[in-house]
Design a protein around this ligand. Sequence first.
Ligand code: ADP
Ligand code: MG
Length: 377
Amino acid sequence: AQKYHKVVEENRNLYNMVQDLKGNIRVYCRIRPLFRVEAKSCIDFVGEDGSLVVADPLKPQKDGRRVFEFNRVFGPSATQEDVFADTRPLIRSVMDGYNVCIFAYGQTGSGKTHTMCGPSGGANDQLGINYLAINDLFHLSVERKNIMKYDIHVQMVEIYNEQVRDLLTEDSSVSKYPFLILNLALPDASMHRVRSTSDVINLMKFGETNRAVGSTAINNRSSRSHSVLTIHVNAEDVSGNRLRSCLHLVDLAGSERVDKSEVTGEGLKEAQYINKSLSSLGDVIMALAQKNSHIPYRNSKLTLLLQNALGGHAKTLMIAHVSPESDSFGETVSTLKFAQRVSTVELGAACANKESSEVLELKAQIESLKKTLADRD
Ligand code: ADP
Ligand code: MG
């Protein structure tokens, strides 16, 4: 049995190496289905390789077409499972000790909440990444129960106008700091121990109601705030080695640009805060992708809060959501440009050398891991 576990572990390490090779920042694009039958789609082409062509409805000829490229593009017919299949490796790496952030970005109505939570009606056959991810975490913890003991806690907050609000605080099962958490991203938010997927689902439901209650006169607050569901994973293996990691699942505020001449007061303030935090997020991810020495985490609450899970060995996935409707063309292009800016998909040969040195480094790591495993025999 011990030998078997070693093989499993070795495979897992190799698997992670391969995942690492693909880069720590991934950008996907998801196009939701067209709703109005009479409406025209501004999506011209979705390639298997992650490319996407959009066409300006007013200039459908050549100069109105724009090409984008991402790690993956999910067309309107992609299912929740299709999207999750390409997200799953990240979830696995959380269980192996990596910090992971998954962001849903896009204008209001583009499908962010659909991807993260599922349809608003709550149809069980269309559960989103949040549920599927948590389900996977528990599944893996059972699968590995002979080699690892996992302990899982949850936090849920929203960031509205640069203020962080705990969404789980009124729940009776609040347990304050059951263990010492180093570099805790959300030191003030309540921490909840969970033992099953349904525990998490109940907390999420509670958090959602809390979020709704908090919205006073402002309509549609959920699209004007960022919601962050954080899963903390603590693990100890048979020889007493400890792992600590977290998974942040972030449903971002709507990215639509607001016409300043039309909005005043509260709406303008909201729009400015959203604008600031989304561009700060873009700046941070771009600085990480370019391996800059200075990463501007401090420019927004969102990036500050997620700092420990952005950069270093952490893995980031941004899912840019777009609506195919031709009257959303402007917003769609703006979303795709933002996503392209943070994407590490490099065109041309410029990255060839970098990649081969990364390959060499990873090969060296594989060798040293193999040695560690052999030494344990
Ligand atoms: P957002 O959170 O970006 O504002 P929603 O997730 O609420 O957008 O999606 C807007 C509407 O579109 C909802 O009614 C949602 O159920 C529907 N929708 C979004 N994406 C899809 C999809 N991939 N398949 C089917 N319906 C979708
Ligand atoms: Mg939403």
